[in-house]
Write a protein that binds this ligand. Sequence first.
Ligand code: 9D3
Length: 258
Amino acid sequence: MLFDILTIFPELFSSPLQEGILRRALAAEKITVNLHNIRDYAFDRHHMTDDRPFGGGEGMVMKPEPLTACLEDIQGDEPGRVILLSPRGKTFNQQQAVRLAGYSRLILVCGRYEGVDERFTRQSVDEEISIGDYILTGGELAAMILVDSITRLLPGVLGCSGSAENDTFSHGLLKHPQYTRPREFAGKQVPEELLSGNHADIAGYRFVESVRVTLERRPELLGRITFNSDECRLLDKAGLLGRIKKLKNEYSCDCKLL
Ligand code: 9D3
């Protein structure tokens, strides 16, 4: 995967790319990240990348010419999907990460200030993406989140090949709680089901705890899941089935419980 990132703050990307899995993916050439300073394409006397909005109002708007000149300069042979990181974009999620991991080149344009001149967006941008309903100072950290979440999906990036699919959001439940040594910490024991060595018991316990934590924190995720009869029996035994049935009805999904 080739990532091109257009930004007025290329230095913001240096340390996140120098650690852990991203560092390894770069070293193994699973990804390439080319940083382009938009200011290098501002050819006016003051190298201006932004200007005041027509019609007045707060803040500044990114000028279209430097962005366009930068895109033209980096075009090359491999056509890239051009993504503008913007609070007006469609909200990013795991499904979109999987979709974008299917491209061979992504060109990420980081907005700053109040936004980008709409003519650039119309002419050159394929899609606008937001990372969620909160306000950032610019698109750089959002772009980094795309790079991070997409890179770990690429073949050969994660050590253990199954671990990307095994995640929360792939099967739709939040992860069960995890424990490691020591067996007793601050007077609290590790749940005995996990020490039993019985794989079926462990899987059953983890399933129930996954549902419990999902029910508490992200009940809307359960609306989309159907459980088989074994799973329903486990949930009933744990006293969770009633709450799940009620929730399913609230989300008006077809209820295949028991
Ligand atoms: C007053 C209107 N604001 C829109 C919510 C203006 C504004 C705030 C923050 C315009 C740009 C920004 C900078 N944010 C981004 O560039 C951005 C962003 C975000 O703020 N939240 C979530 N995802 C993203 S992706 C890019």
